[in-house]
Ligand binder design. Structure first.
Ligand SMILES: *[C@@H]1O[C@H](CO)[C@@H](O)[C@H](O)[C@H]1NC(C)=O
Ligand SMILES: *[C@@H]1O[C@H](CO)[C@@H](O)[C@H](O)[C@H]1NC(C)=O
Ligand SMILES: *[C@@H]1O[C@H](CO)[C@@H](O)[C@H](O)[C@H]1NC(C)=O
Length: 217
């Protein structure tokens, strides 16, 4: 059946979407290019290696400006509360990490209104307590993000091409679906007409037969 053949890619697409949005922890690297006067998400994800083990975690961010030679504490998040430690960032940092849990796996923060002075090295440090039935085990995963501030978005050719390809394939898929639907519809209606014509012919045949019988009587 052509209709089911046309639906298959859509079903695959949906399955892929469910896999991506399904909530499984994936360690994605942060973006590194911020745009001046816009917001920027400093990504930091550290997945718990064994999902079934209970854990609590806190996150600390450190910042070293490009013209500085020391790194200092920028932000901490513990017991569901965030605190900005660096006066240069007062009122400009928001928590973008795991919500409603102390078992943090996403420690991302969001900078409002990026300035050129925010250029530098950011380090995100997890302090995770894995709680086993008879012991507690501490791990300290960390990630480094070297962030650059640019005046406006400079998009690579590859990024533009991949977006264009995405739209082309989406439109292509829909056109294909439409063509398949029209094809299917015409086939069904042709079959319907055929049946109609057949039954009409049968009716006429029966009609003339009965007339002949009448005449004979
Ligand atoms: C991150 O926080 C900012 C500011 O609160 C908000 O606008 C943005 O939607 C958040 N992004 C995510 C992915 O949570
Ligand atoms: C961002 O900075 C600009 C200029 O410094 C200011 O006009 C604007 O109100 C700021 N926006 C926010 C959300 O702080
Ligand atoms: C950036 O840093 C310079 C030097 O420390 C300072 O004079 C300037 O006001 C800062 N700019 C912003 C937007 O914070």
């Amino acid at each position: 059946m052509p209709a089911t053949r046309a639906l298959l890619p859509l079903v695959l697409l949906m399955a892929l979407q469910v896999m991506v949005c399904g909530g499984a922890c994936v360690e994605v690297d942060s973006d590194t290019e911020a745009v001046a006067n816009q917001g920027f998400k400093l990504g930091c994800i550290s997945c718990k290696k064994r999902g079934e083990v209970k854990a609590t975690a806190s996150v600390s961010w450190f910042f070293q400006a490009w013209d500085d030679n020391v790194s200092s504490e920028l932000y901490t998040y513990a017991e569901r509360e965030g605190k900005v430690m660096d006066p240069r960032f007062y009122g400009r940092l928001h928590w973008n990490g795991s919500k409603n849990t102390e078992d943090l796996q996403d420690g991302s923060i969001y900078i409002l209104n990026v300035t050129f002075n925010d250029t530098g090295t950011y380090q995100c440090k997890f302090r995770r307590m894995l709680i086993y039935s008879n012991s507690i085990y501490e791990t300290n995963p960390n990630k480094t993000v070297i962030m650059k501030v640019v005046p406006r978005v400079t998009r690579g050719m590859a990024s533009i091409m991949s977006e264009v390809m995405m739209y082309v394939s989406i439109i292509g898929l829909q056109l294909w679906l439409l063509v398949e639907m029209i094809y299917c519809y015409r086939k069904i209606s042709a079959a319907g007409e055929e049946a109609l014509r057949e039954s009409a012919a049968e009716y006429l045949a029966v009609e003339s037969e009965s007339k002949e019988v009448e005449v004979a009587e």
